[in-house]
Design a binder for this molecule. Sequence first.
Ligand code: ZN
Length: 397
Amino acid sequence: MENQNGTLVTLSPCVSVVKRVEAFCRIEGDSGHYRFILIFGYIMLWSVNIKYLRMRHATCAILLVVLLINTICGQEGQKPLPIIDMHLHALPSNYMGPAPLAFCLPTKQWPLKEFDKPYKETFVAWEKDPLSIDPDCENPIWSLTSDAEIMIKTFEIMKKRNIIGVTSGPLTKVYQKENPERIIPGLMFDLMHSKISIDSLKALFSKGEFEVFGEITNQYSGIEPDDIRFQEYLKVAAEMNIPVGIHMGPGPPGIAYVNSPNYRGSLHDPLLLEEVLIKFPDLRIYISHAGWPMIDNLLALLWTHPQVYVDIGVIVYALPPKEFHKFLQRIVEAGFGNRVMFGSDQMVWPETLEISVRTIENAPYLTEPEKRNILYNNAARFLNLSKETIEKHHKMK
Ligand SMILES: [Zn+2]
């Protein structure tokens, strides 16, 4: 082809335009479609006058039209398969401490106690000025500074990746009102601090105020899962067939020295669930954070109690990646991949939702069916979703 001076040029300027248009048209949602229609219309008008244009322009126009048709057809034909996030939160921006807070990902090293000052100071510096603690933390993820921003960003990712979330936290109702199709309401609960009696638990569930009893965070108060006071709640959950999600696994590193003095590492142990499982054999229960790092005890539990599921909230993005993958791979290779459910635990860092999905999608040791089981099918079975609901999830845009 020739340029205006009559010399030969390559197609590269055209290719770069094509790439830009392609990126432009890949914007998700309705605005992407409107833009597509506008661009398409413009190119059609342009093409009417094609005989007056040089060959270079004509070729560009044809390429763009073909590409845009492909793009729109591709979008229509490839709706993202649904994902269920069993561990989503609706939290105010200051819930974890004054925003913004940093998260160094991928994690290479956790903060350690400096013996000339309280650990809490180191912990706060790690969140506020991470480079001062971890020289590798050059590009931390920063939490968003308003409740609305967190919600908007969370829904943006949920819509883009077709995620439905079991959601708990103080803003659950707000999230549910904003986008009822994507929120399965959970009930966050801590025996020491929540003022929810057994009767109100029954009433709230009967009224449809929540569908999953969780996340239960008794571990932060040093309460074992078979605590006699908590067993009353589990009894009701078993009787009313309420799915239960209980935190057993990592809180923030060293949190016993920050704001949860009763938090104990021994409560990560999944085998602590055994007595309540035997006592309430119909209980539908999953372990949030999968009891990391107690893999042997987890496998013993999954072996002995086939009703138990796990979610991979927070460990999927916060652990050093090799450690997470070793942990998940052991569960799957031991034959329990059909009881692992995707969870993000995005808290005040919505971006971690996308990172978490990608971590599963890119796990080299998982087959495509295993990925789908983790991302959707296991949770759909655990939650006992109807055929209609599953079909609806697959059609959601
Ligand atoms: Zn959580």
